[in-house]
Ligand binder design. Structure first.
Ligand SMILES: [Zn+2]
Ligand SMILES: [Zn+2]
Length: 128
């Protein structure tokens, strides 16, 4: 599949990546739209970037459910969805209190996890 990756300050390009396979509790989406956010522009143009070269960008994504990982219920292939692009640990105090949007190990799809500037992305089903 095609993926839009950060290559260094001011440099984003298309590369080929293998189609990702969803693990337990995850869903693979075919991306239909992904916004270009001000955060993306800051990441690309910063001389002290917070994103690693080779990372697939894009965190404001919508898509169509393509493949369900083991144990996923409540979604069906072909369904249109949007993504809350957060990856929380499920283990820290905020996560255990149900406030996983302020997880101590919070990661963002399109920054530390592969994002939606791609033909497909794998995300947790509970973030759809
Ligand atoms: Zn944004
Ligand atoms: Zn957490």
């Amino acid at each position: 599949m095609r993926a839009g990756v950060y290559r260094g300050p001011g440099d984003v390009g298309l590369v080929e990546r293998p189609l990702p396979e969803p693990g337990p509790g995850e869903v693979r989406l075919r991306i239909t739209a992904c916004g270009l956010c001000g955060t993306d522009l800051h990441m690309v143009h910063s001389l002290r970037p917070i994103i690693d070269p080779g990372s697939t960008m894009g965190h404001e994504m919508a898509g169509i459910v393509d493949h369900l990982g083991p144990g996923v219920r409540g979604f069906a292939a072909g369904e249109s969805v949007v993504v809350e692009p957060l990856a929380s640990c499920g283990d820290c105090e905020p996560c255990r209190d149900g406030r996983d949007s302020i997880c101590r190990k919070l990661q963002l799809y399109g920054l530390r996890r592969p994002g939606g500037f791609a033909d497909a992305v794998v995300v947790p089903a509970h973030r759809l």
